[in-house]
Design a protein around this ligand. Structure first.
Ligand SMILES: [Zn+2]
Length: 126
């Protein structure tokens, strides 16, 4: 079966989505780091305050790590679009990642089957 790479039009659409998501993530990361700056300038006398603040901090760190991971996948996809190697095909099995899936998750590197396999097997390649 011939591999069906994405059309130029679809690649353009994915590129715009990637750029949009990238801008969103960068602003989220920016606001998290601003919050942390103000947090470290705060006077946390109360133990409860401190507990609440550090709970937020842990939460933010978790979000931040996720966002950073997504950002690197977005940059990976954008780079491939830039140098013309982006196909929209799964990087593991070469099958088509549907445009429907890419619209939801434009930085997806794998088709849904491979994604499920990776999640199930806890293969650390994502
Ligand atoms: Zn696949």
């Amino acid at each position: 079966m011939p591999k069906k790479a994405l059309s130029k039009k679809h690649i353009e659409e994915i590129k715009n989505l990637l750029l949009e998501n990238k801008a969103k993530i960068e602003s989220t990361l920016q606001s998290i780091s601003n919050e942390h700056d103000s947090l470290s300038n705060m006077d946390l006398n109360d133990e409860a305050d401190f507990a609440a603040a550090s709970r937020d901090y842990t939460n933010d760190t978790h979000i931040k790590n996720q966002q950073l991971k997504e950002l690197s996948l977005i940059n990976h996809a954008l780079l491939k679009i830039e140098n013309g190697t982006y196909t929209g095909l799964c990087e593991m099995c070469d099958s088509e990642i549907t445009i429907k899936r890419l619209r939801v998750k434009p930085h997806a590197k794998y088709c849904i089957d491979c994604r499920n396999y990776i999640d199930k097997e806890k293969v650390s390649i994502a």
